[in-house]
Design a protein around this ligand. Structure first.
Ligand code: GUN
Length: 282
């Protein structure tokens, strides 16, 4: 049976480390502040934003919350971002996605100062990551790397396979694994011989948004499996990932559960990015 990688515990450790450093900065008169913008009242986004504010409270990071009505215009939102870019007391700016349909998401992301882009979604942040210069890394793939490192998974020279090529997870995940000296393969819906490629992975990261798509038959004996997916099982309150946990845990060496694996890492990494922003600009 595979060993569980405990995302709850690892994210708690990371938040505690951030909390300690935030407190230390405070003694030097430096405050860390995150501005969170939510447009409209999408229920899932409201929950995510609430969780981000709670994590700020826990770590001692100030949160400035902007809850704007659904009818907010693109122009009004861009004006607020410009003000926050110029506000020296703000270290991080986060615009919760998705935005209402009448607002151009790309334009909004590009309006954020890359030095305050704690989500790591700005093209400049993505470019910095690609060429290996300091910048913000998208929180979920950064969290996956932390899970791998803190669970003692070797990445140097390892065959790492990423299933999924999204801008937020798959692509940055591939670059981060490459930075750790893994040999990286990124698979997607057009990949031939998916099972064969996955079966050769020492480290398998799955982020495709398809419930229980990858079962034990895709996994090499002893491999480390990271499941980024999260889905509600039809008609129940139960959650599952992109990996069929039951069959996968019989073959894998280490595996993340859903819930309690990758999920809690995303917010912990956001807090870390806010701290890093304050450290860079102090
Ligand atoms: N919506 C879902 N996930 C995220 C995230 O990580 N950041 C932002 N800004 N919006 C999201």
């Amino acid at each position: 049976m595979a060993e569980l990688i405990d995302g709850k515990k690892i994210s708690q450790d990371l938040k505690d480390e951030v909390k300690e450093q935030v407190a230390e900065l405070k003694t030097k008169g430096v405050e860390v502040t995150l501005a969170v913008i939510l447009v409209g009242n999408d229920p899932a986004s409201t929950v995510y934003v609430g969780n981000k504010k709670k994590a700020c409270e826990y770590t001692g990071i100030n949160s400035k919350s902007f809850e704007l009505p659904e009818e907010t215009t693109e122009e009004e939102l861009l004006k607020l971002i410009k003000e926050l870019n110029e506000d020296e007391t703000v270290n991080g700016i986060l615009v919760q996605l998705p935005l209402p349909k009448h607002i151009d998401e790309d334009k909004v992301i590009r309006a954020i100062d890359p030095d305050k882009d704690v989500d790591g979604f700005h093209p400049e942040s993505v470019g910095r990551l690609s060429i290996g210069v300091p910048g913000f890394v998208s929180c979920t793939p950064a969290g996956v790397i932390e899970l791998l490192k803190r669970s003692g998974t070797n990445l140097d020279g390892a065959n790492a396979v990423v299933v999924g090529r999204s801008n937020i997870v798959g692509k940055p995940m591939g670059i981060l694994l490459l930075r750790e000296n893994a040999t990286v393969t990124i698979c997607h819906s057009h990949t031939k011989n998916l099972k064969e490629i996955c079966k050769n992975a020492d480290v398998l990261v799955v982020a495709i948004g398809q419930p229980k798509f990858i079962d034990g038959s895709y996994i090499k004996e002893g491999a480390t499996v990271i499941d980024v997916g999260i889905h509600r099982i039809d008609g129940t309150k139960k959650l599952c990932g992109d990996v069929d946990f039951e069959s996968a845990e019989k073959v894998a060496g280490k595996i993340t559960p859903v819930p309690g694996g990758v999920g809690p890492m995303t917010i912990a990494e956001l807090m870390n990015n806010c701290l890093q922003s304050a450290l860079m600009n102090k």
